[in-house]
Design a binder for this molecule. Structure first.
Ligand code: AMP
Ligand code: MG
Length: 491
């Protein structure tokens, strides 16, 4: 029989390539043990994909790993260094409450970071306690898994473990540790850190490492560092379009919260838009609307300019030439983003071929949504499934005219109406994690220790493109939708 000390090692297959980088990029740091770890949620599907038997991970002995009380074999735990432009201002940051256990190499040979978020203080904690509260970690779990099901690149959540300790925020809250799985935790801010605090040689090592890990096909390019910039521009253009197409608002698009891999990271004050309005902001600290829905693509471009600046020393001796190629690369972001967005919008409206006037047709619909303050997701849903949701918009003259133009447009392609509808069904989610449903699930869990609300929510969010009867109630917009919803940064 296997004894418990072996059980907690089962399935782990860790490597630590990041720890071979120059030491300036991290500090070796073990997680701080917690009092009474208890598994709250384990992601069975993800666990299997990573090479674990979910039943093994449920055992208390394994839970200790997700709490930071034990280390799996082969782990070289560390906190990563990075800086970040927060709301436009540069700050020294780093993992203040996260510990990278290492990189799990999956049975398919994929390499992913396994990180404990809320695992105690590190040299980068500044004034913070290194801890996380249960509510926000459940929020990250729910929304990151919903994003994954929506086919949006994202970090994922493997486990949430309660610590059995309280943490002090505005009130005392139960503590938790989230196990985050990411293609890597390399950020724009990691490169900004390198540009500010390392030698050019070390920065080059970081870039080479990144290329090896995420973009091995560019390593023999004439200027691989410029190719790196181009690749990141491409991935972020694709990502931002996907966010906009589902109405996702990140909330804190600081440069430390933008990955090099092109995955969505750091689910703090994020939320999905209800009524269509480009000015929608959810973060309570974003008083200027810097990170409003309609600003996100522009901010991504701004962040990529910071990435390009950080890479400049690697672009060659000729300073002016380096600046020129960097600028050209960053300027390719807006058209690439637009192209991705337009392709996605065409799909949402069942448009298969391309006509120049499509953009006007799309923007007219968005304008109607804004004028009539109607729900973004449900409007597309109704177009897809012929008015499953009620909306006063559909009764208006403006909309009827638009609807006719849309139908005329669809008739100008050789594909059948059924082909259009099929495309629409694959691109218009039936459910999104609406704020009020997410909050309701978290409240039941945290206040009443009732996880049934969250489980039901997670179940419907796992197949967002299938119209099934259990989803109907999740399509409803918040009852009191004139009250602006806000999420808070004190996570
Ligand atoms: P975030 O807003 O989650 O992107 O975090 C910004 C920075 O603050 C990162 O460097 C975090 O590691 C750090 N941070 C956030 N919360 C805490 C905390 N409770 N203790 C220590 N550092 C924290
Ligand atoms: Mg962050």
């Amino acid at each position: 029989m296997m004894n418990s000390t072996e059980l907690h090692q089962k399935g782990w297959n860790l490597d630590n390539s990041y720890s071979n980088l120059p030491e300036t990029f991290f500090t070796k740091q073990e997680p701080e043990a917690v009092k009474a770890p208890k598994v709250i949620k384990l992601n069975h599907e993800l666990a299997k994909a990573l090479g674990f038997h979910p039943e093994d991970l449920e055992k208390q002995d394994s839970v200790e790993v997700f709490a930071g009380n034990r280390l799996p074999n082969g782990s070289v735990p560390l906190a990563q260094a990075y800086v970040g432009h927060q709301f436009g201002h540069p700050n020294m940051l780093g993992d203040g409450r996260a510990i990278l256990l290492g990189e799990q190499v999956t049975p398919e040979g994929k390499r992913v970071d396994i990180q404990l978020k809320g695992a105690g203080r590190t040299p980068y904690s500044r004034g913070g306690d290194g801890r996380a509260a249960l509510g926000p970690m459940l929020r990250e779990y729910i929304i990151s898994e919903a994003m994954h099901a929506l086919t949006i690149p994202t970090t994922r959540s493997l486990a949430v473990v309660a610590t059995g300790e309280s943490i002090v925020r505005e009130t005392e809250l139960p503590g938790a540790v989230l196990t985050r799985v990411a293609a890597s935790h390399l950020r724009v801010g990691t490169f900004q850190y390198g540009a500010n605090f390392s030698t050019v040689e070390e920065l080059k090592e970081l870039a080479d490492y990144t290329i090896q890990r995420h973009f091995p096909h560019i390593k023999d390019d004439e200027n691989p560092y410029l190719s790196l910039l181009n690749e990141v521009v491409k991935r972020q253009a694709a990502l931002l379009a996907k966010w906009q197409l589902v109405g996702f608002i990140h909330g804190v698009m600081n440069t430390d919260n933008m990955t090099i891999s092109g995955e969505t990271i750091d689910y703090g004050p994020c939320a999905f838009m209800n009524e269509y309005d480009p000015k929608t902001v959810f973060s309570s600290i974003d008083t200027q609307g810097r990170y409003a829905y309609g600003n996100q693509p522009k901010i991504a471009g701004w962040n990529l300019a910071r990435f390009a600046e950080a890479l400049l020393p690697l672009f060659g001796e000729e300073k002016e030439e380096a600046l020129k190629v960097a600028q050209e690369a960053v300027l390719r972001f807006p058209p690439q983003y637009e192209e991705n967005w337009l392709t996605g919008m065409r799909a949402k409206l069942g448009i298969i071929n391309e006509e120049e006037q499509d953009e006007v047709l799309i923007k007219d619909l968005l304008q109607l949504m804004e004028n009539h303050q109607v729900d973004y997701t449900n409007t597309f849903l109704s177009l897809t499934y012929d008015h499953v949701t009620e909306s006063e918009l559909f009764e208006t003259k403006d909309f009827k005219e638009w609807h006719q133009k849309w139908h005329e447009r669809l008739s100008r392609q050789k594909d059948s109406m059924e082909a259009s509808k099929e495309l629409m069904r694959r691109h218009n989610p039936v459910v999104i994690p609406r704020n009020h449903r997410v909050e309701e699930a978290i409240e039941a869990a945290v206040q009443k220790d009732d996880y049934s609300v969250m489980e039901k929510l997670l179940a419907v969010l796992s197949s967002p493109f299938e119209l099934t009867p259990d989803k109907e109630e999740y399509c409803h917009t918040p009852p009191d939708s004139d009250e602006p919803y806000q999420t808070f940064c004190g996570t």
